[in-house]
Design a protein around this ligand. Structure first.
Ligand SMILES: [Zn+2]
Length: 431
């Protein structure tokens, strides 16, 4: 009798958890495998190459950006060899120039690992970190530029995601890239974004991890649980896909990482600054930036030195294994939940001007396990979808006596296991 009741409680609990947390992969198990100490070792290894300036030595086996790149490629290759054929690694290169290459074309070589999706391989989610570094003099390619936080930390996150995610089948494709030339003007990422356009990649979400290792800010304030998530809307339009992607990432963290504060910031980047998501965002992809909660400018882009007893320089001792684990976890939840969910609805349109009814329409998705769609509604001043209306497996839905003027409305796809895609809203251009 007692045993029976326990069994009933257990199966009720199981059903409850399964409904809340249905996924194609075990998200909790995946985040549990992420290893902060390993990421710290990656940071220390990358710092050991002395400088990773984009224009530094490419022939030495021990110093300069060439040696660092080869080490990253070899690490990714080892991970791929243990992935049961799921992951492959390749160099991706392009010629790029900027004022910081003296307007001379320089080859930008990224290391790109691809975990091919099982049922929807053409849908791609990308996470990157940049492996180049600089010191106080952005043209000095010989003096040490440890770049531990900026951005060996991002590369460490990428490598760790490759190690863990490549062990799990995912429905859509995940690309993990270590890119070059960020400090010369986002050059390697620009090359990757150009390739995405040229090859017509369907990139449904992109994250750059840049300055993601420090848990102590410049004023000594400690925050080891907040990740800043920067996202923008295109100019003159309504809600863009980057903002929806950011909110999807935040919502995933709320479910799977309740101890983490995924802080949305509605800016393309920090004030007056840029990052590797920008070339993707400018080409219309949903692209966002992750950064630590509080930066310490004594440890970014600084030549290593002690001044008035204060240590300057982007050194490994200021990078926290536990904090990198938090950042890697937010990435993993985003990539896995997105790659397990159906594709976001395409071609979402609304008709609702000068009428009391609102009709949303979209293209019917082709996902094998597609169950249907949900309409989501929120106040224009709110940050959370407040109403969810099940629409069924249709490509058009009318809300009677409901005016679109006063709210934001969108639609998302849902599969048979309850996995939900990011939201898409109808384009809303100013007349
Ligand atoms: Zn950076």
């Amino acid at each position: 009798m007692f045993g029976m009741r326990r069994l009933l409680i257990a199966s009720a609990l199981f059903l409850f958890t399964a409904t809340l947390h249905a996924q194609c992969a075990d998200v909790a198990a995946i985040t549990g495998q992420l290893d902060g100490a390993r990421m710290k070792q990656t940071v220390e290894k990358l710092v050991s190459f002395g400088t990773r300036h984009t224009l530094s030595d490419t022939t030495s086996p021990t110093r300069g950006i060439g040696a660092a790149r080869k080490w990253i490629f070899d690490e990714m290759t080892r991970i791929a060899a243990a992935s049961g054929g799921r992951m492959t690694v390749a160099y991706q290169s392009s010629m790029q120039k900027s004022v910081r290459t003296k307007n001379e074309p320089v080859e930008m070589i990224n290391v790109v690992a691809t975990i091919r999706g099982t049922t929807d391989p053409d849908r791609i989610y990308i996470a990157t970190g940049h492996y180049d570094s600089i010191n106080s003099d952005n043209s000095n390619a010989t003096l040490d530029a440890p770049g531990a936080d900026d951005d060996a930390s991002g590369v460490a996150v990428i490598l760790e995601l490759a190690r863990v995610l490549s062990q799990h089948p995912l429905e859509a494709t995940v690309m993990l890239a270590a890119v070059q030339g960020e400090e010369q003007g986002l050059l390697g990422s620009r090359g990757l974004a150009e390739e995405a356009v040229a090859k017509k990649w369907n990139v449904e979400g992109m994250i750059t991890n840049d300055i993601v290792g420090g848990a102590v800010g410049g004023e000594g304030d400690v925050d080891n649980h907040t990740v800043r998530i920067f996202s923008a809307n295109p100019k003159g339009a309504g809600e863009g896909s980057a903002r929806h992607w950011a909110r999807f990432v935040r919502d995933g963290a709320r479910v799977w990482l309740p101890h983490v504060n995924a802080r949305l910031i509605y800016r393309l980047d920090r004030f007056g600054r840029g990052g590797d998501h920008t070339p993707f965002f400018e080409k219309g992809f949903p692209a966002i930036r992750f950064s630590e909660a509080n930066e310490d400018y004594k440890h970014e882009h600084q030549t290593v030195r002690v001044e008035n007893g204060v240590q300057y320089g982007d050194l490994p001792q200021f990078v926290s294994p536990d904090y990198m684990r938090v950042v890697a976890s937010v990435n993993a939840v985003a990539l896995v939940t997105a790659a397990c969910a159906p594709a976001a609805p395409r071609n979402v349109k609304a008709s609702g001007a000068v009428t009391n009814d609102t009709t949303l329409s979209w293209d019917m998705g082709t996902d094998a396990d597609l169950a249907g769609y949900e309409i989501v509604v929120r106040e224009t001043t709110s940050d959370d979808w407040e109403k969810v209306i099940p629409a069924g497996k249709v490509s058009r839905y009318t809300l009677k006596d409901f005016t679109i003027d006063n709210v934001f409305m969108g639609v998302r796809a849902i599969d048979r296991d309850g996995n939900r895609s990011p939201v898409r809203t109808p384009e809303e251009r100013l007349p």
